[in-house]
Design a protein around this ligand. Structure first.
Ligand code: DLL
Length: 433
């Protein structure tokens, strides 16, 4: 089967727009009626839901930020009575209270179908055995994927995270054909598969990776290590969780499901960027019942791609996530994205794929960036000269991409903690001095 919900996946552009407008009007009315936060925002802007007459009128609507969910913790933005909520999830974030998100029974259905769409799109069906190696808790990646796997009719292996050797044994014993995990955990699994020498005993053909940024070099690394096709999966709790945007077999950008979300790509001032330019993804949910969200500023940076795709789906499309508005490091005035550093390191032989970035301020009050990388076991010859040579290669490659000098701290393999979920890569110690 090629499509899970062909009616929506291949809907003609004008019909899709008509559907979006109908659903946008309904969502605007629902939040105005049921969520005091939005009613106050509408009142302050002097608008009512009746002002939404065309899709372009979305620009009149208020934006929503993560802080708005925090300020209304835990259930303040829910648009239905608590009795109708059948599940909550939460994203931990780095500081303060988590953001809590809620789902009605219908929301869970919508989400499962959206996931099943994605799986069908990457060639999976009921015959597949799907290992879901992410945290099954408040994190949306666990149950979000799980319900989609069951909806598709495939066999779910809810392995969760941790015990990496056991994970790999499960892959062998159960004949696992598809896996989902974070890309950083994927790299760690790949490393362990190599150490166990069982790469040829696996039946994997497909991997879904997401929940954190990753580069095309990491894709190649994962595809080579497991002999799979690796697909990018994007999502965020506030919009449901994973599944809202996914790569198809073209592996050239993500389909973002336009019958469920409206995408805007905006600049810092909240204006639409010029066609094809990078900007912040701003999303409006069109079908969410429990927690409808207008113009959510995701903080994720991407480009809009042309919606035509050889796979036949007509949804909007976006590039992979190119960075985060708030993840950009400014070192001596130069913008540095952790993803650029990852991209350089993954391509260098003799070091592992693990890394950490430290930012410090030296005695002259200048910023220093130090990248800690691990030497591969095979590359350790015992000769100081060889170590110095590896270090020079890493320093040189980083300099040519970042345009600033980065110190390289070469450490023994296994020194950097392996993460099973979202990896913490950046340690900014500049405030400490
Ligand atoms: O990470 C949902 C998810 C689970 C997505 C499993 C994919 C797979 P949150 O915990 O709310 O939700 O974090 C959302 O993670 O705003 C991005 O910054 C980042 N992120 C998610 N997917 C990707 C991706 C889940 N494919 C935040 N590439 C988002 C880059 C991603 N960043």
């Amino acid at each position: 089967m090629k499509y899970w919900q062909p009616k929506f996946e291949t809907m003609k552009h004008d019909e899709l727009q008509e559907l979006q407008l109908k659903r946008l009007k309904k969502t605007a009315a629902a939040v105005y009626e049921n969520v005091p936060f939005y009613r106050e925002k509408f009142d302050a802007l002097g608008i009512t839901p009746d002002d939404v007459k065309t899709l372009d009128d979305i620009k009149k609507l208020p934006m929503t930020r993560k802080t708005d969910l925090r300020d209304n913790y835990p259930f303040g933005l829910f648009a239905v009575p608590k009795d109708e909520i059948v599940r909550i999830h939460a994203s931990s974030g780095t500081s303060g209270k988590p953001t809590v998100v809620g789902y009605t029974a219908k929301d869970i259905e919508t989400w499962a179908d959206m996931m099943a769409r994605n799986f069908t799109m990457i060639g999976l069906d009921a015959s597949d055995v799907f290992q879901n190696a992410v945290n099954y808790g408040l994190f949306t990646g666990g149950l979000g994927f799980h319900y989609g796997i069951e909806r598709l009719g495939a066999m779910a292996v809810p392995s969760g995270t941790g015990n990496t050797v056991r994970q790999i044994e499960m892959m062998q014993d159960f004949g696992v054909t598809a896996i989902h995990c974070t890309p950083s955990y994927g790299l760690y699994l790949a490393e362990t598969v190599r150490e166990m020498g069982v790469a040829d005993k696996l039946s994997l053909r497909v991997g879904c990776f997401g929940a954190e940024p990753w580069s095309s070099s990491t894709r190649k690394e994962l595809e080579d290590a497991f002999q799979i096709k690796a697909y990018d999966s994007y999502g965020l709790s506030e919009m449901m969780g994973p599944g809202i945007a996914f790569e198809c077999q073209e592996q050239d950008g993500l389909h973002i499901w336009s019958d469920h979300y409206i995408v805007e790509i905006l600049d810092e001032n909240g204006e639409e960027v010029a066609e094809g330019e990078k900007g912040e993804i701003v999303l409006t949910s069109l079908t969410k019942e429990a927690l409808p969200v207008l113009r959510y500023r995701t903080g994720d940076i991407a480009r809009r791609l042309a919606s035509e795709c050889p796979c036949g789906r007509t949804s909007d499309r976006i590039s992979r996530i190119l960075g985060r508005a708030d993840d950009m490091l400014i070192v001596r005035g130069i913008n540095v994205f952790p993803s650029q550093i990852e991209d350089v390191l993954v391509r260098i032989e003799k070091i592992t794929d693990q890394f950490e970035i430290y930012l410090d301020r030296n005695k002259k009050k200048l910023d220093e960036i130090t990248v800690r990388v691990e030497l591969d076991e095979d590359a350790f010859t015992g000769e100081i000269g060889d170590l110095a040579a590896v270090k020079r290669v890493v320093e040189g490659d980083l300099k040519s991409v970042l345009n600033i000098r980065a110190n390289v701290d070469l450490v023994e393999k296994g020194t950097i903690p392996r993460s099973t979920g979202k990896a913490k890569r950046v340690f900014d110690r500049r405030e400490a001095i």
